[in-house]
Design a protein around this ligand. Structure first.
Ligand code: UD1
Ligand code: MG
Length: 411
């Protein structure tokens, strides 16, 4: 599938399907609210004065519309090959790639929905995306099998020009799927943040794909990514409209998993997994910052979202506290390092009824870190700041990809 006039037709139809998807999704989202609430699929907005039932897991709606669009798109994408002629052999490998990508995304929507309904444990949350990415890795193995990486220039004297990572490359791709799905899910908790960050990442990857189609030497793989990301971005925009402050719907873990897997799929099959990580800078930071709590070096409450102050109608930092002697040595070192770099608000005090020292510090999320520096903010202001950081990081990503990379690779 060479880039050119022939590929304009699928792109145009894909755009048309995406626009149609916007209207359909908007209607379904409006209609299904009560259906989800009646099925007890709702959540309470923790940062609002009034407690109102908000339908949860609405990611399942846009996931379903997305799959329908992608299924309808199959004959469009392969229309050239539907009439059998000798020089027009059906591209089976491309077709399998497309189906495997959809299978992995479909599995993730299903597993995300299971998580919303059953509240899975963290162990399972890590295992499920790994398993869902297996069909994709198998297709990668059968179609490309390339596990060779080009070594950055400064290390070529030691390692050589390229390095075959063999099985490690598959481990890396599996971990990418786990990371993308969970990283979006843990940078969450204020209206519009999960979908907002996904829209910005998707738009950035789309721009990257277009640049690569015009100037790069592998236009087909980037077209493949656009076929997935155009409908995805369009549907996310509708969901963002409904999830924006004050949220009328919650996106649920279904959306976070769906979104993360879609990014992982296009990056793995489009051979730009390293570039994708550049567009995840805030998520990578939030994950690393969260490590002490995620891996239980420090206590991790069920919700780490900012604390709502109903009087001021603002959100401020949420705190975790525990006795000093409950913190493991490694956890204590982490606290001290973060405190040294002024990345946490840490208080030590004597508890009233015992002589123990009590430690109090903000929950380790990017949301709380912003609030440490700004003080309490209106929820909408906080989400706007976080989305601005995401956009700024996309500019940095493009700078690294197209300027800094020149120092390390021959690009
Ligand atoms: C992840 C975070 C958790 C955070 C939660 C919020 C980790 C390890 N887990 O957990 O700290 O509190 O996401 O999404 O970092 N909610 C709101 N406003 C919003 C979005 C969500 O109040 O804008 C609340 C609602 O009560 C909603 C619930 O969060 O029902 C959804 O939480 P859920 O997605 O189940 O939490 P986790 O993904 O497990
Ligand atoms: Mg969640």
């Amino acid at each position: 599938m060479e880039a050119g006039v022939s590929s304009m037709f699928p792109l145009a139809v894909n755009l048309l399907f995406s626009i149609a998807g916007i209207f359909v999704t908007h209607k379904i989202l409006l209609k299904c609210k009560s259906m989800f609430i009646n099925a007890h699929l709702f959540g309470m907005d923790l940062s609002k004065r009034q407690s109102k039932k908000i339908p949860e897991s609405q990611g399942v709606i846009i996931g379903t519309v997305f799959l329908i669009i992608m299924f309808l798109f199959i004959p469009v994408l392969f229309y050239n090959y539907l009439t059998k002629t000798a020089d027009n052999e059906f591209p089976h490998s491309k077709f399998i790639e497309y189906l495997a990508a959809l299978l992995s995304i479909c599995c993730m929507i299903f597993l995300g929905f299971a998580d919303d309904v059953l509240n899975l444990r963290w162990r399972q949350k890590l295992l499920l995306p790994t398993i869902a990415s297996l069909p994709l890795l198998m297709v990668y193995f059968a179609n490309f099998g390339a596990t060779l990486i080009i070594v950055p220039k400064p290390f070529r004297g030691i390692v050589g020009f390229d390095l075959d990572l063999h099985i490690l490359y598959y481990v890396y791709m599996g971990m990418l799927a786990v990371f993308c799905t969970n990283a979006i899910n843990i940078l969450a908790g204020v209206n519009g943040l999960e979908v907002g960050q996904s829209v910005i990442i998707a738009a950035s990857v789309l721009i990257f794909n277009i640049i690569e189609i015009v100037y790069g030497n592998q236009p087909a793989t980037h077209e493949f990514s656009i076929y997935f990301l155009m409908p995805f971005t369009a549907l996310c925009c509708v969901l963002l409209w409904h999830n924006w402050y004050p949220a009328e719907v919650f996106v649920g873990d279904t959306f976070c998993y769906f979104s993360g897997m879609t990014f992982a799929v296009v990056a793995i099959l489009g051979h730009f997994s390293k570039t994708l990580l550049l567009f995840f800078i805030p998520q990578v930071f939030n994950f690393l910052y969260s490590v002490p709590q995620l891996f239980h070096f420090l206590p991790c409450p069920r919700h780490r979202i900012p604390k709502f102050d109903p009087k001021a109608n603002k959100v401020g930092i949420s705190l975790m506290n525990c006795e000093r002697n409950q913190i493991k040595p490694l956890g204590w070192i982490m606290l001290k390092v973060l405190s040294f770099f002024r990345l946490i608000q840490l208080n030590e005090m004597k508890s009233k009824n015992s002589k123990e020292t009590v430690i109090e510090c903000n929950n380790l999320t990017l949301l709380n870190l912003v609030l440490v520096y700004t003080g309490p903010l209106h929820e909408r202001t906080l989400v706007l700041i976080l989305l601005s950081i995401q956009i700024f990081c996309s500019f940095i990503a493009f700078f690294i990809r197209y300027q800094v990379a020149k120092i390390f690779y021959d690009v």
